[in-house]
Write a protein that binds this ligand. Structure first.
Ligand code: ZN
Ligand code: ZN
Length: 223
C-alpha cells in the first residue's frame, strides 16, 4: 500500500496547497476552536448537522495524529454526540483515512444519522477499533483505510472500493435518505451550492446549544 509516500506530510504544520490549512477560507463555518482542532460545519453538507472535526496541523489522516491529542479529540466527539442527541439523532463518525479523500488533511465527518443498518456480523469489516491506537497501528502497518463509528461500534476497513461503496450506500446514503427529502445522491458541487441555509441552520442550533450549556453552568454554579 501507499504508506510512506505521505509520511513526510504527516509532520508538516501546514501545507500551502491544502484547503484545511487555510482556515481563513472557511472561518464563517467554524463552530468551535480548541488547541489542536476546529469543529466546522461542512461547506457541502449531506444533511443539516453535518460537521467536521479538523486537526489544525496538517496530518494526512487520524491515523497520523499523535496520541497526545486523543483526549482532546474524544472530548470534541462527545460534545458533538451531545449536540446531535439534543437536536437531531445519535452521531455517526466517518473518516476517509486518505482513501477517497478530497482534502488530504485529517478530518472526521460527523453525521446525525442515528442507528445504522450496517451489520457487524457480515465479514466485510476489517478490524473492530477500540481506541485511536488501533487506527494509528493500522495506518503505520498498512497505510490507507476508511473508518466508521456508530453508537455501538467502531470499524476500520481496508481501502477496497467495493467495500467502500457498500458502506456509503448502507450507512451514509441510508442516513441521508431517511433523514431528509433527498431521493438521489447529490454531487459535492450541488451540495456546496445548496449548502448555505443548511449550514446556517446547523450553526443556529449549535449556538443555541452553547447558550443552553452556559445557562446550565450558571445555574449549577449559583447553587
Ligand atoms: Zn492541510
Ligand atoms: Zn471528507
Amino acid at each position: 500500500m501507499q504508506n510512506g509516500s505521505h509520511a513526510s506530510l504527516d509532520a508538516e504544520a501546514s501545507n500551502i496547497n491544502c484547503a484545511f490549512c487555510q482556515p481563513g477560507d472557511f472561518a464563517a463555518n467554524i463552530l468551535k476552536e480548541t488547541d489542536a482542532f476546529l469543529v466546522v460545519a461542512d461547506h457541502a453538507p449531506l444533511v443539516e448537522g453535518h460537521i467536521l472535526i479538523i486537526a489544525k496541523r496538517h496530518y494526512a489522516c487520524y491515523g497520523a495524529v499523535p496520541a497526545e491529542l486523543d483526549e482532546e479529540l474524544a472530548r470534541l466527539k462527545q460534545e458533538v454526540r451531545d449536540f446531535f442527541n439534543r437536536y437531531y439523532a445519535p452521531a455517526i463518525f466517518w473518516e476517509h483515512g486518505v482513501f477517497r479523500q478530497t482534502v488530504f488533511h485529517a478530518h472526521l465527518h460527523c453525521f446525525p444519522f442515528g442507528e445504522t443498518t450496517y451489520d457487524i456480523t457480515t465479514p466485510q469489516y476489517t478490524i473492530v477499533v477500540h481506541s485511536q491506537d488501533d487506527v494509528r497501528a493500522w495506518y503505520t502497518a498498512h497505510g490507507h483505510y476508511f473508518y466508521l463509528e456508530d453508537t455501538v461500534k467502531s470499524l476500520l476497513f481496508a481501502p477496497e472500493i467495493d467495500l467502500y461503496m457498500q458502506v456509503i450506500k448502507d450507512v451514509l446514503w441510508h442516513g441521508v435518505s431517511s433523514r431528509s427529502q433527498q431521493t438521489q445522491w447529490r454531487s459535492q458541487q450541488q451540495r456546496y451550492q445548496e449548502g448555505a441555509p443548511i449550514i446556517a441552520a446547523t450553526r443556529d442550533k449549535w449556538l443555541a446549544n452553547q447558550r443552553q450549556g452556559a445557562i446550565y453552568a450558571d445555574e449549577t454554579s449559583a447553587r
